[in-house]
Design a protein around this ligand. Structure first.
Ligand code: 6PG
Length: 246
């Protein structure tokens, strides 16, 4: 997790410093957080008082978004927002105005996605057809190869214009709200965080199998001009060919 924390600090502290008063640019630093359980340890580490990371980050110049959200209220145990708030945003005293959560309490998931897209357009001052350029997008990998809430066979995999969508996810029998491939691929850096033996088969298929994004949606993440980083532990890498697993 320390390597992930180093990447988080490196990608955001430069951007935040530049966004500080008098910095070379007025644009604020921005990150889209991953949900699920893997990043929990990273978020705790970043905000931990006794660790070196908290003091490295200009939290007041960093704006927090999410890659996806379950269709639940923000205080629900399954909420990705709640997980990040409890592990990082509250402990680091991130100003509320810097937190741009997906309004997943909306009864209609499509309306939540539309509101989230409007917030992205506002924050990044996007002209029609433009994509947000997050300084960092953190993503996880599902055991069957999904990422964010881009699941195998989902129509949202073919989305080329909208920035947020609300697909029905049969595997979970629920709607999700997610960034779309264009919204993710506009980032300056996309970092996958993958841990555990259970992800080994999916990781090998995504990285070393044939290109089939409709089956392995994580393959659809190919930043237009940004960088792509895979932060993987040994257990998750155990299915990779020897050359790749070094
Ligand atoms: C979510 C995530 C999802 C997650 C993967 C991995 O809302 O669950 O965004 O894409 O990153 O499913 O989840 P774990 O980290 O819990 O294995």
């Amino acid at each position: 997790m320390r390597l992930a924390a180093d990447v988080f600090v490196a990608s955001l502290s430069a951007a935040a410093a530049a966004a500080a008063p008098g910095g070379p640019r007025s644009r604020r630093a921005s990150v889209a957080l991953a949900g699920g359980s893997t990043p929990r340890g990273l978020y705790r580490l970043l905000a931990a008082p006794g660790e070196p990371y908290r003091g490295c980050l200009l939290w007041e110049h960093i704006h927090f978004f999410w890659g996806d959200e379950r269709h639940v209220p923000p205080d629900h145990p399954d909420s990705n927002f709640r997980m990040a708030r409890e592990t990082m945003l509250d402990p680091a005293a991130v100003p509320p105005g810097n937190v741009h959560r997906i309004p997943a309490e909306e009864p209609d998931a499509g309306s939540a996605a539309a509101r989230y897209e409007a917030e992205l357009v506002r924050f990044f001052a996007l002209a029609p057809g433009e994509r947000p350029r997050f300084d960092l997008v953190l993503l996880g990998l599902g055991e069957e190869g999904h990422t964010a809430s881009l699941f195998p066979g989902s129509p949202v995999l073919d989305e080329r214009t909208r920035l947020a969508a609300a697909p029905w996810v049969e595997a979970h029998r629920e709607f999700r709200i997610t960034l779309t491939p264009p919204a993710i691929n506009g980032a300056a850096l996309v970092a996958f965080l993958v841990s555990g033996e259970a992800k080994a088969a999916a990781l090998a298929a995504v990285l070393e199998g044939e290109l089939r994004p409709e089956r392995y949606p994580a393959q659809i993440v190919r930043p237009d001009s940004g960088k792509l980083l895979w932060l993987v532990d040994r257990a998750a890498a155990s299915g990779l060919s020897a050359s790749a697993a070094r």
